[in-house]
Design a protein around this ligand. Structure first.
Ligand code: RNT
Ligand code: ZN
Length: 410
């Protein structure tokens, strides 16, 4: 990085070294499911629950060995503090029923994470399974179905606490369910009351250590096949999480396409100490495209920085593209998250806020636009170098070689 770059930012009151330090300690949870199209190790079944992967790019990881081999490759290009986000379907060893999945099934992952100094997050997998009767789980009218999934989540609390204690890093257990209806419901309230009751039973099912882990609930607006009604809507979970003192998770793909998810962050920080995120890129719907460094992503990163939310948020990524090289997909998306955070950290928010409070909206606009052409790319290159990593271009070349030498032979 040229010496002038630091000076340019300093002239706006921005300390580049401080920004780089803050970025390096901000944890990003990398979703293992990008590497195998949300398949997991239980079976080669189809993905159900209103989510879909499209594409059939060769070389998909088929087991723990291949997945961790690919993950290691991806991690070698992702700078910063990292955690791995797991789903119950990534259980290893002797495969057990979902409601039996426990610590034992994740000992391989715990050793993997500890050897690399990584944190771990956990998600009960409440999709792609026959116990989703008529697509319903925790809100099902059938008590047996609800109990099955409640048990799965209670076991999940123990797994998550174990992750935190073993890795020495805070862990998040996130609950997402696909429950909903294709057509206009006869009863909207009934399923929601049942979901509320099921969640209460989960939270009462195991007294987890709140100092080491959090639980979050993830809302959605609709899914494929459940277009008319989603039981776990945004309003449902926002109120549930606030009243139970747990985290509310915002997935940036789970809102109406013209809704600004970034705008929700400051409202939520007025009432919550911490937030959780699945950063994704919706294209016309919740399509889970790989993150691009676009305005939507930048807006989310900016809000997190402005709200002093970086160390108070669980930032997880959630995209899965099966039509391109999966390792490149994971790395490009993760690097874009980091780039957006870097740009946000290099922004003189104090100057901008002051101009707004002085009713100087012309200055706000002028400054916002002026900042766009500052040499943040050089700061990014410096960050990558300090992290001992190669450039974007070099990364792409190396992933191509890996594709030829490893992936294409699967
Ligand atoms: C689905 C949700 C959910 C999943 C992952 C696999 O719409 O976003 O978070 O993508 O749990
Ligand atoms: Zn999500």
């Amino acid at each position: 990085m040229r010496k002038e770059v630091k000076e340019i930012y300093a002239s706006y009151g921005v300390d580049v070294s401080k920004a780089l330090k803050e970025l390096a300690k901000t944890k990003i949870s990398l979703h293992c499911w990008q590497l195998d199209d949300v398949n997991g190790f239980e079976q080669e079944g189809s993905l159900t629950g209103g989510i879909q992967t499209t594409g059939n790019y060769p070389g998909k990881a088929r087991n723990f060995k291949e997945l961790t081999q690919d993950l290691d490759k991806a991690l070698s290009y992702i700078p910063g503090s990292k955690k791995i986000n797991l789903h119950a379907i990534y259980q290893t060893g002797k495969i057990v029923e979902r409601n039996e999945v426990g610590i034992e099934q994740f000992k391989d992952w715990v050793s993997y994470a500890k050897e690399r100094g990584l944190g771990l997050d956990y998600n009960p997998t409440i999709f792609s399974h026959p116990m989703l009767v008529d697509g319903l789980s925790l809100s099902s009218p059938d008590e047996k179905v609800r109990e099955y999934w409640i048990k799965h989540c209670v076991e999940g609390l123990k797994i998550t606490e174990h992750f935190a204690k073993e890795t020495g890093q805070k862990s998040l257990m996130n609950i997402w369910i696909p429950d909903g209806l294709k057509d206009v419901p006869a009863d909207r309230l009934g399923p929601r009351k049942r979901l509320k009751d099921s969640l209460d039973k989960i939270l009462a099912g195991y007294k987890y250590d709140k100092k080491v882990m959090d639980v979050s609930v993830e809302s959605k607006v609709f899914g494929i096949g459940v277009e008319s009604y989603t039981v776990g809507s945004n309003e449902f979970y926002l109120n549930y999480a606030a009243s139970r003192h747990i985290c509310c998770l915002l997935d940036t793909g789970h809102f109406h396409p013209t809704e600004n998810v970034a705008d929700k962050i400051s409202s939520m920080f007025c009432y919550y100490d911490k937030l959780a995120f699945h950063v994704s890129r919706p294209v016309r719907w919740d399509s889970d495209h790989v993150l691009k460094l676009n305005d939507d992503l930048q807006d989310v990163a900016d809000e997190l920085v402005k709200c002093d939310g970086l160390q108070r948020s669980y930032i997880g990524l959630d995209y899965f593209d099966a039509s391109i090289n999966r390792i490149a997909a994971m790395v490009i998306g993760a690097r874009n998250m980091e780039k957006a955070l870097l740009r946000a950290l290099l922004t003189p928010w104090n100057l901008l806020k002051k101009a707004q409070d002085n009713y100087d909206h012309t200055k706000v606009l002028a400054l916002q636009e002026e900042l766009k052409t500052l040499p943040w790319g050089e700061v990014w290159d410096e960050y990558i170098k300090r992290q001992g990593m190669v450039s974007d271009a070099q990364m792409f070349e190396e992933v191509r070689v890996y594709e030829k030498e490893v992936l294409s032979k699967r």
